[in-house]
Each structure stands twice: as C-alpha cells, then as structure tokens.
Design a binder for this molecule. Structure first.
Ligand code: ZN
Length: 205
C-alpha cells in the first residue's frame, strides 16, 4: 500500500470519532487490513483502552502521551511496523511532533487517519491540526447542527459557563459553575473576545 493521510475534522459533536471508527472497522472487516488506533491520555503511560463515539461505536485504542517525544515516536513506529492503518483520535491535543510522526508513517506506506478539532472555543486553530491538514491527501470536513438556529452548518464550538457564552477572561471554573460546550454555526457563534468587550461596555456605562 502507498502511504495516505486522511484528516477527519470539524467542531464538537460533528461525529469525528464515529467517522474514524467507521473507517477503521471497514478496513478491518472488508479490507482485511491490520488497524491500530491511538488516543491521548492525560498521563504518560501506554495503556489499553478504546475510542467511543457519542453514538456508541467503539474501537480498541492505545493511550499515548500528549507530548510526542522522540521516544514515544520511536515506540509508535516500532509498534506499527506490520500495521496497515494507523488512526489518531483527538489529534488537536498532541505536541508538535505529531506532524513529523504522521508524515513518517505515511512515508512508510501507512494509511494514516487523523481525527481532531480544527478550532478551539475561541474559533482559533487548535494545536497542530493546521499543519496536518496541509499534508493531507484527503480531508473530510464534518459539520454539526447549530444548537441555536438548527442549521446543519455547525462549524464552531461555543464554550458556555452557566449557560452563557464564556469570555476570554473565564478560564477557571469556580465551584458551583457549570461548563459545557455546544455546536454553533458561524452566524450564531459569539467569539469570546466579543463577550469580554460587551462586559467592559456594561461596566463602564
Ligand atoms: Zn446557527
């Protein structure tokens, strides 16, 4: 097989993990390929787990550190020597070496599937997804349904604190506050910097 880079990207609730799992299951079942999926863990261990989509699809996955050191990269290259399809979920969380790793895997003939958020709650580029998108052979851009107007062009992830759009000055959640996210289209998305400005205007008036 020749190397290939497929990126599955979009906002929260757009079905990225589901698409990743669907591809991996089909490659395994119908393509008779060897598949290995990685996902970031909040610790630095390699451990067995699974990727689970919101619709309940599951696929075995190995937890790897978010910081892709040379050692981690070396280990993944060794582990995937006889693997055909290599998947990465939540790829926005990995350190800069993820780009080098994806590129190297593709040069070694792997079909690499990368699923991740393209934008953070500010509507800005998330991690190194941009660099991976630049190398992609194929991009699947998924949308969610806007939680405000119901359009199927949900592109942004709105961070909410106590049900209201969060500003840039609210990074810490205080006891009793509830934080959540909802998908919104470009028209309904309130950029966090705009929330802060509105508050300043209110304070000064
Ligand atoms: Zn909308």
């Amino acid at each position: 097989m020749s190397g290939y880079i497929l990126v599955v990207t979009g906002g929260m609730f757009s079905g990225k993990s589901e698409k990743l799992i669907d591809k991996c299951m089909k490659f395994k079942e119908y393509g008779k390929k060897k598949v290995k999926v990685y996902k970031p863990s909040c610790d630095d261990r390699f451990s067995d787990d699974e990727v689970v989509s919101r619709m309940g699809y599951r696929f075995p996955a190995t937890n790897i550190p978010e910081k892709i050191t040379n050692e981690v990269m070396h280990r993944i290259l060794l582990e995937t020597e006889d693997i055909d399809i290599v998947g990465f979920d939540e790829a926005q969380f990995y350190s800069k070496n993820i780009m080098k790793l994806v590129s190297e895997l593709a040069y070694r003939g792997k079909y690499v599937i990368i699923a991740g958020l393209n934008m953070d709650y500010r509507g800005k580029e998330f991690g190194y997804i941009g660099g991976i998108l630049a190398m992609a052979d194929e991009i699947i851009r998924l949308h969610s349904f806007c939680a405000v107007c119901g359009s199927d062009k949900g592109t942004h992830s709105q961070r909410l604190i106590n049900g209201k759009p969060a500003g840039l000055d609210e990074p810490i959640i205080l006891l009793g506050d509830s934080e959540s996210y909802e998908p919104r289209c470009r028209k309904c998305f309130v950029p966090p910097e705009k929330v802060s400005n509105e508050r300043e205007v209110q304070l000064s008036s």
